[in-house]
Each structure stands twice: as C-alpha cells, then as structure tokens.
Write a new protein. Structure first.
Length: 72
C-alpha cells in the first residue's frame, strides 16, 4: 500500500487528511483523494484513472549519529 504525508488536502472537496486515514493516490500526479471522491468521480483531478489505495503516515525521523573526535 502506498503512503502519503498527513496534512495534505484532497483536490475536490479539500478534505484535510490526518494520520492513519486512507485515500486513493494518483500515480500520475501524486494527488490523494478521499475514497468517496474516487467512488463518485472515478478519475483524478488530472483526469488520470491510474490510482492505488494509500494511507496517511508521517515519515520516521532519521537519527543522526555523530562521532566525537578530538583534534591533536
């Protein structure tokens, strides 16, 4: 299943997606629409019908590791 960042808005009804919500992500333009929007229109805002199910989830923060070196 594809993922997308929470906080984006759907193109038709401007629904604001929150963490864990599911939607349909366009593979052509990467816009995400609600499942209801997809069922109603059967195409993306860009006119593509190439979509997949997706879930809103935040990317995992990367922990940076530094090495403490002394200058001599």
């Amino acid at each position: 299943m594809e993922t997308f960042e929470p906080g984006i808005k759907s193109p038709y009804v401007m629904h604001l997606f929150s963490e864990g919500e599911r939607g349909m992500k366009c593979l052509s333009c990467s816009k995400v629409m609600t499942i209801a929007e997809w069922k109603d229109r059967k195409k993306c805002f860009c006119k593509s019908t190439d979509v997949v199910a997706a879930v809103a989830c935040s990317s995992v923060p990367i922990r940076l590791q530094t090495r403490n070196t002394a200058f001599t």
